[in-house]
Design a binder for this molecule. Sequence first.
Ligand code: UD1
Length: 427
Amino acid sequence: MERIRVRGGQRLEGSIHISGAKNAALPLMAASLLTPGTLTLSNVPKLADIATLASLLGQHGVAIDLRQNGNVVDGGQTLVLHAPSIASTTAPYDLVRKMRASVLVLGPLLARCHQAKVSLPGGCAIGTRPVDLHLKALEQLGARIELEEGYVNAEAPGGLKGGRVRFPTVSVGATENVMMAATLADGESILENPAREPEIEDLARCLIAMGAQIEGAGSERIVVQGVPELSGADHRVMADRIEAGTYMAAAAITGGALTLTGTNADTMGAVIDAFESCGVSVARCNGTLDISRRSDAISPTDITTQPYPGFPTDMQAQFMALLTTASGASTINETIFENRFMHVPELMRMGADIALQGSTAVIRGVQQLRGAPVMATDLRASVSLVLAGLAAEGETTVSRVYHLDRGYEHLVEKLSACGADIERIAN
Ligand code: UD1
């Protein structure tokens, strides 16, 4: 199994192109199930999670034509998805267990075929992550749902009906599933307290281009008027705000200066504020972000993860890596997932001083991190270890690199092009 070796201490300088967003691309791909037309998605990142969903969609009967474009580092790919008919409404355990986002096929299958059988995704490293919000919301649209032998059996004889859904807590995936389902329901659906993440807006833009009638995506209330059929569309996937934030952390932790191209600063307000509060300068200009450190030291700060527009949980681990080098004590309060501190013991093996008190981490900055062999546990945790390795004295090896391949396109190439001493090594 491959590992990533980082020799720390290089100041990063240069330009990095930000890829399309994984978390936008996945629901957009699932939207192909809603139409017999052709959905063409450009700026899709080349990632393991994208390939996993492509396999699942393939067995539902979606033909996928993949066109590579551009050079290795800033290419992206175009996916042409076409499902004139649905071959199977069952999403089997073997494919769903690999990635929780597979559950996003449930709403579209139910809407188009009036039935679906989708394996429960099961637990995952960062928490129990149930799908109850998805199921309750689909029931509000008239679905009859039963759980049998690890599968969600859903049916809506005669089709889904518009309904009112009030989410008790904000869920990105449930909002996406239900918004997609409601596009083909009979009548009006009202989604209250939906997730407001930019990826929801990106999905709504695409669905509207397919003929859906959606208002309010990105706000506290989404209204969907169902239509009998959707058509194909062309859509460019939004920039990955989490990837951009990760490279901002790479610039900051190495005292470097990076220009990030292909970004959208409007989707990154809380992240940019957090970097600025640590003494990192962020200049925005037409899809480009220039990041550099204003002073020698990173200032400590206090962060609480929240649904958008708050600070994203998907940036928590990377920001913690940065704060391990700050000139004082910081806190990070994780409110979204109950077990998302698995990077803490690994960072401590690199000399970080972190104390956990329930859902809060107290991080006391240290003078110098030290390289160590460490183990990746989930996607964002893994990249936080790479970031720490960039700043550490000596060599860090990160094992279980497949976690990184789920969410970072050309991570090693992008960092080494800016001066990082980083490579993939066989075991
Ligand atoms: C999405 C993102 C993930 C991000 C998360 C929070 C994708 C593919 N993944 O995941 O990277 O970390 O949003 O921003 O976009 N919950 C329930 N019941 C449910 C659904 C969720 O209790 O039916 C809970 C979860 O356990 C979690 C919280 O709600 O504690 C938020 O989860 P949710 O927003 O649904 O995350 P995902 O859509 O899975």
